[in-house]
Design a protein around this ligand. Structure first.
Ligand code: MG
Ligand code: FE
Length: 168
């Protein structure tokens, strides 16, 4: 196994850990939302997509005959990065949560854009294909959040000004 291929495998494991972190954060966010059903529904859909993304990466790693014992360490490392974003999710304000979601989708987008080029460079077309599938879903989620952030923001302000519960 070449060093470059080892590197791609490592990045695929990182991506797998990233998706596990994403699932945790999205679950936390969805379970808190009460007054924003459209946002909640879209997040729930993305939770299902996220589980599929992790499974695709797992299958891909299996095909590359990779030892998955290192996954936990990498997950820990990535968790530290995600902690900051997780903190934003943990805040009880819907607008900040939607913003944090938008940021996180772009972390995922950057990961897959990089991984696709790495996989192609190392002659691993199946890995590249899996990353493209995941990338498409991350872009769709990022676009949705961008398009709905104004609505969420206005709904928040309207609820707050009406004196009702607004934050989640
Ligand atoms: Mg994802
Ligand atoms: Fe995502």
């Amino acid at each position: 196994m070449s060093d470059g291929r080892d590197r791609v495998v490592q990045w695929l494991r990182d991506a797998h850990a990233m998706e596990q972190q994403a699932e945790t954060m999205l679950n936390a966010q969805a379970s808190r939302l009460e007054h924003y059903p459209k946002l909640r529904q879209r997040i729930q859909r993305h939770i299902e997509e996220t589980k599929t993304q992790a499974a695709r990466l797992q299958t891909c790693l299996g095909q590359l005959a990779s030892d998955t014992s290192g996954v936990k360490d990498l997950a820990g490392r990535l968790a530290a990065m995600a902690q900051g974003l997780g903190g934003m999710f943990a805040g009880d304000e819907v607008v900040k949560g939607a913003m944090a979601g938008y940021v996180f989708e772009h972390v995922e987008i950057a990961s897959y854009v990089s991984l696709i080029s790495a996989a192609e460079h190392e002659g691993l077309p199946e890995a590249a294909r899996v990353c493209r599938e995941n990338l498409e879903e991350e872009r769709a989620m990022a676009d949705w959040l961008q398009n709905h952030l104004p609505d969420v923001t206005r709904a928040f302000l309207a609820r707050e000004q009406a004196g009702g519960p607004a934050k989640r």
